[in-house]
Design a protein. Structure first.
Lengths: 259, 358
């Protein structure tokens, strides 16, 4: 593979303001196929804003994203999902009054085609598609390890299981890039370890992962490369061992100047 | 999980239930006729409202879009029928052309309403749809000049009844030795339509489209991130709901033989919405119950209260019409107070409300 083909996502000087606040200031970064890429930074550094611009929930004022060789349309979340970017949310956003398996089935919406006529007539193609959707959803619940909760309402799942369900739903859209927004937030040590194994497995199965995380230990153990944001600017991008020693990163996290 | 329980019921029992319902449906117009044809007409309106309420259920119950202007689509359907099958323009097209056409035109109006309101939610959407309903009514009221399209407030009269060949739905005729009156014929026509709309509701509920609607109702941002084109899917809900309203309007026109803008007031939209909410939003049997109760109860009061007052006081003290509204309002308040999920909610919705109360 040439250098060009190895790149899955390129962010070019992406900027986003909220009124006078510069949430993102010309952030550029590249993510290669098959890696786990970490995005860290103190609270309010602009990590989630970056995610929202990438997935089309926000419209960036300038700059653009090139994903898999194609420029992404701004402000169109369903299109981002269509080209292969799936995400989870920092404050879990499941369809609470739908069962776990139904949540994952919604994730299949994008890759299936049944229309109103098919739904009403239940013709052979629709029935076959429904069966395939159910089967795939069931597989994904097994994959993330919550198959026992398939018929429980999403809101009744434990916190850790909800995080897993959100990942399963994201995977149902067949993403090339899975963007996880603080997946380990609020998890205990055991749960975090299980999450680490899950993310590694996802990556092994060919999905590139972009990870926002506060748990530095998790990030350093998982990620191949890490970018650090501070006040909307990228201050560092390298392998974890280098990032950890970077003076500006330490300053951003601890404040003040470090001699 | 509810579905699985239902599926495990043996088929024999299913058929027994179906037969029982069929028998009751068959008997209703003949039993009602014992009290006069007026009661058959009330039964007809109950079924027409079932039809309307289930159409609105798609928009409000499934997709969670609060639509207060639903009557606009009913009006569009009614006027399409009235204009194409009356002496007003001298057109007399058959019903099987006009009803689908009315549905299609109402569907277009549904999208016209849906398109500018896609970014609105909750209260804001309710206000815009409410305005839309009023705009349609005011147009109908005033489109008699410079070109007389709708005949203004006088409305359109002498609308053709539904006819299949030489068989008219407006006259009494003898079928298989049984005398069947006009309203009774419409009754069976309406039951057939209601079965159609129930079928569509059931099938959509558990489908790719139905799940997408529910996802939007639950969390629109997450639905978008899952790749659902929320704009199209919401428009689809509006369009489908509207086309059912259009069909109902057409049948209303044919049945009454007369339409005027007065029939399509805001109160009508609110009544239909109340049927959906009172019965149990998103739950088909609940919505049917709501529609039947809210049609039958006021009528029963109207026919019952005057004789009752005469019997007790020897004369009418309270005007039955105002008392009707009073009791109607009181009933609404009591239901919302004691059964906030509706009279017959789905088991799921009942649990939701129980939880939020704790």
């Amino acid at each position: 593979m040439s250098e060009q083909q190895q790149i899955l996502l390129e962010a070019h000087e992406v900027a986003k303001h909220f009124g006078g606040v510069k949430a993102l200031h010309d952030v550029s970064l590249t993510i290669r196929r098959g890696e786990i890429y970490g995005l860290i930074g103190p609270n309010g550094a602009g990590k989630t804003t970056f995610f929202n611009c990438l997935t089309g929930l926000y419209k960036n004022e300038s700059g653009h994203f090139i994903f898999d060789g194609v420029k992404l349309a701004a402000d169109a979340p369903h299109k981002a999902a269509e080209v292969g970017i799936a995400r989870t949310f920092q404050n879990i956003r499941l369809f609470g009054n739908m069962t776990a398996i139904e949540n994952v089935m919604v994730g299949r919406h994008l890759r299936t085609h049944a229309n109103v006529v098919g739904a009403i007539t239940r013709n052979r193609a629709t029935l076959a598609e429904e069966a395939a959707i159910t089967r795939r959803a069931d597989e994904l619940l097994h994959y993330v390890g919550i198959q026992d909760r398939a018929h429980d309402y999403a809101k009744h799942l434990s916190y850790g299981d909800q995080r897993r369900l959100e990942i399963a739903r994201a995977l149902a859209t067949e993403p090339k890039l899975l963007a996880l927004d603080e997946p380990a937030a609020g998890m205990n040590g055991t749960e975090t370890e299980a999450l680490r194994l899950l993310v590694e497995g996802i990556c092994r199965d060919g999905v590139t992962v972009l990870l926002i995380e506060h748990d530095v230990k998790l990030v350093m153990g998982l990620c191949g490369r890490v970018a650090v944001l501070d006040y909307g600017e990228k201050i560092c991008e390298d392998v974890p061992s280098v990032v950890q020693k970077d003076a500006r990163v330490i300053e951003a996290y601890l404040g003040g100047s470090v001699a | 999980m509810n579905d699985q329980v239902r599926k495990s019921v043996p088929w024999q029992r299913h058929w027994l239930g179906v037969l029982l319902i069929a028998a009751v449906l068959l008997a209703v117009p003949f039993v009602a006729a014992l009290g006069g044809q007026a009661w058959v007409r009330i039964a007809n309106f109950a079924i027409l409202y079932i039809f309307l309420a289930l159409g609105l259920n798609i928009v409000v119950g499934y997709a969670g879009l609060l639509d207060l202007g639903y009557v606009a689509f009913y009006a569009v359907g009614a006027y399409v029928y009235a204009l194409l099958a009356s002496p007003h323009f001298g057109l007399h097209l058959p019903f099987w052309v006009i009803l689908p056409l009315g549905a299609a035109i109402a569907c277009i109006f549904g999208m016209l309403l849906g398109a500018p309101t896609l970014k609105l939610r909750g209260d804001y959407l309710a206000i815009v749809t409410l305005g839309f309903g009023e705009i349609i009514r005011i147009f109908l009221n005033n489109l008699n000049a410079p070109i007389n399209v709708t005949n203004g407030a006088q409305g359109i009269t002498l609308i053709d009844p539904i006819r299949i060949g030489g068989f008219s739905f407006a006259e009494t005729s003898t079928i298989l030795g049984v005398q069947v009156s006009g309203p009774q014929k419409y009754y069976f026509f309406l039951v057939a339509l209601a079965i159609l709309v129930i079928f569509v509701n059931v099938r959509l509920q558990d489908s790719r489209i139905g799940r997408a609607w529910q996802a939007i109702r639950e969390d629109e941002v997450a639905a978008k991130a899952c790749g659902i084109n929320t704009r199209n899917i919401k428009l689809l809900a509006f369009a489908m709901g509207a086309s059912f309203g259009g069909i109902a309007g057409g049948v209303f026109s044919a049945m009454q033989g007369f339409v005027s803008p007065e029939s399509f007031s805001l109160m009508e939209s609110i009544t239909i919405l109340a049927m959906v909410v009172l019965g149990g939003m998103g739950h088909i049997p609940g919505v049917i119950l709501g529609a039947v109760l809210l049609t039958a109860l006021p009528e029963a009061l109207r026919y019952g209260i005057e004789p009752l007052q005469d019997a007790i006081f020897g004369r009418s003290i309270v005007d039955p019409e105002s008392l009707r509204m009073l009791i109607f309002g009181l009933a609404l308040v009591l239901v919302m107070r004691f059964r906030p999920a509706g009279l017959w909610p789905s088991s799921q919705r009942r649990r939701e409300l129980a939880e939020s109360a704790n």
